[in-house]
Design a protein around this ligand. Structure first.
Ligand SMILES: [Fe+2]
Length: 183
């Protein structure tokens, strides 16, 4: 009996703690949950892509070292700048966000690259593919936010879609000599 009471008290305590993180907004609980699911997915892939761009920035080798080294850093910083606004947006719509590397692993769609050595041309191709996957995720998130009239998230996502398209453009143009065998 006493044990049941303690368990119930613990459950009640847990419910109260969760309720404290439920920011009051105009969104229904289900809507906030769906928006958060989309944004947290994008966030997980931002962490993954940020780290991969830094990985390639650090482990690059070859004649285009300086150009690619700078390009990867520039893109890593742009992706990094998405992270905090994304997480805070989730909190603002009334839900909770990523808490650990474990959460990122559970939500990421992009693959890590733990190879000992990656050719510079392969780095470019992989970053193009990853940014395309992120782009699709951003577009899905935008559609969801638009459906629930989450204007704040929608406008942020639109800006990030444009940035991602630009990253793909730069990576694609930079990779063309490799693909065509030109110079
Ligand atoms: Fe650096």
């Amino acid at each position: 009996m006493a044990q049941t009471t303690t368990r119930e008290a613990n459950k009640e305590n847990e419910r109260t703690q969760k309720a404290r993180l439920r920011t009051p907004t105009g969104f229904k609980e289900e809507e906030a949950k769906e928006i958060a699911k989309q944004l947290n997915g994008v966030l997980a892939d931002c962490f993954t892509l940020y780290l991969k761009a830094k990985n390639f920035h650090w482990h690059l080798s070859g004649p285009h070292f300086r150009d690619y080294h700078l390009l990867f850093e520039e893109q890593a910083q742009e992706i990094f700048r998405m992270i905090d606004p994304l997480a805070e947006r989730v909190r603002r719509v009334g839900s909770t966000t990523i808490r650990s590397i474990g959460d990122i692993v559970r939500l990421q769609k992009l693959d890590d690259n733990n190879a000992d050595f990656v050719e510079a041309a392969d780095m470019l191709e992989e970053l193009i593919e990853d940014n395309q996957i992120l782009l699709a995720r951003l577009r899905d998130a935008r559609s969801c936010c638009e459906e629930y009239e989450d204007v704040g998230s929608t406008s942020l996502l639109e800006e990030w879609i444009d940035q991602t398209e630009k990253r793909i453009w730069f990576l694609y143009e930079t990779s063309r000599p490799h693909l065509s065998g030109g110079h």
